[in-house]
Design a protein around this ligand. Structure first.
Ligand SMILES: Nc1nc2c(c(=O)[nH]1)N[C@H]1C(S)=C(S)[C@@H](COP(=O)(O)O)O[C@H]1N2
Ligand SMILES: [Mo]
Length: 385
């Protein structure tokens, strides 16, 4: 028998469990369709398109590519209207980017808050191909008064739950000029090398690196350059958080940059793991306009933290997979696993929830309760995955 303290070589072929991983998506809402990735099935750095979560506020708009135009207007020297062919002929780039919904992990908030009850899977990592927004704005020529860039989708509807919308509205979000001009904000028409699907924003969507998903407007129809701060529904009534100063909530700000976060894929919540074995705890970690520098895990509810290994090279705004080979206890019983990430700006996940974040930006350390069980008649090794 192998010495249980040596770390085994990773298996050459996917383990049985990985092969058996759930391939579908969980329905969080039927209409409009809101679908969640099964995070415990994480087994590749790039999330396959058909497993990528979907977050839509309104029904998917009908778009006819022949008549579709991307209008670029407002504070510009030369307003533009681009056809799909014109846009896709412009110089393009491919960026890896994690897309996390600002409401990801909401189901873990206590007391329960309203909104879609996402678990760990309102997040994915893809390679997006498209034209930098800066390039399009450069062609159109920004006027000196330009202040914000509003991205407008072709989807619309009325929000009938609080906060109510002012009748029928389209999905729109703005970016401050500096962010809009950064080179990794792109108008994407491909996702992981395939044409963008209807659910993910066909024909063209924004991909805003390092920001929560709500900024990456799908089904783009118009880019409006404004002189004033845009105060649309999805950044005043919804997708906001309280800025606090000197202990006081002073203003509601639009949710923007991603918080640093690590999530455990396996073991999954309430998974049973064998006692006295080596178990590969693994997951993914990401952050906003920085990079993940460290992931640590704890198997005792946050007293002792052990280093996890970051896998693969850093990948721009993509997530980093990580793992830790854990020596499971000999004693059966319940165990609380935790992971926490730190980024290049020294930000670390907090252990407590910040109440000023409302129902968004849920990045505090999540305890994962699991059970350690003795399995008679089998060596520890056979459970190593
Ligand atoms: N036009 C439009 N863009 C949108 C949305 C939307 O409802 N309409 N949802 C946003 C939100 S909240 C998220 S998290 C991401 C999700 O992108 P995905 O569905 O491709 O995963 O799209 C964003 N872009
Ligand atoms: Mo979102």
């Amino acid at each position: 028998m192998r010495d249980p303290l040596t770390v085994p070589e990773p298996p050459a072929a996917p383990s049985l469990r990985e092969q058996d991983a759930f391939r579908g998506l969980i329905i969080r809402e039927r209409e409009p369709e809101n679908l969640e990735f099964v995070f415990s099935g994480l087994n590749s750095a790039v999330t396959p398109n058909e497993q990528f979560f979907v977050r839509s506020h309104f029904p998917v708009p009908q778009i006819d590519l022949a008549s579709w135009r991307l209008k670029i207007e407002g504070q510009l020297e030369r307003p533009l209207e681009l056809t799909y062919a014109q846009l896709t002929q412009m110089p393009a780039k491919t960026v890896a980017m994690v897309m996390e919904c600002a409401g990801n992990s909401r189901i873990f908030l206590s007391p329960k808050v309203s909104g879609l009850q996402w678990e760990l899977g309102a997040v994915g990592n893809a390679e997006w191909t498209g034209v930098p927004l800066a390039e399009v704005l450069h062609q159109a020529g920004l006027k000196p008064g330009a202040r914000e860039i509003v991205l407008e989708g072709a989807d619309s509807g009325e929000i009938k739950k609080e906060p109510l919308s002012p009748g029928k509205i389209t999905y729109a979000r703005s970016l401050p000029l500096a962010k809009a001009l950064s080179s990794d904000v792109i108008l994407a028409y491909q996702m992981n090398g395939e044409r963008l699907s209807l659910a993910h924003g066909y024909p063209v969507r924004a991909v805003v690196s390092g920001w929560y998903g709500m900024a990456s407007v799908k089904w783009l129809s118009r880019i409006l350059v404004t002189e004033r701060v845009f105060r649309g529904y999805f950044q005043t009534a919804d997708y906001t958080f309280w800025e606090r100063r000197d202990g006081l909530p002073i203003q509601l700000l639009p949710v923007g940059e991603l918080e640093v976060k690590a999530q455990i894929a396996r073991p999954a919540l309430h998974e049973v793991v064998p006692a006295s074995s080596i178990y590969r705890i693994h997951g993914a970690a990401w952050t906003g306009e920085s990079e993940v520098t460290k992931v640590e895990v704890s198997a005792d509810g946050g007293i002792i933290w052990l280093p996890a290994q970051l896998l693969g090279p850093p990948n721009g705004y993509g997530w980093r997979l990580w793992e830790h080979h854990w020596h499971t206890p000999a004693q059966p019983g319940h165990c609380t696993l935790m992971a926490r990430a730190t980024d290049g700006r020294g930000r670390t996940q907090p252990s407590e929830r910040d109440s000023h974040r409302g129902t968004y930006m849920i990045s505090h350390i999540q305890p994962i309760e699991i059970e350690v069980r003795k399995v008679p008649g089998r060596s520890a090794e056979s459970y190593t995955i």
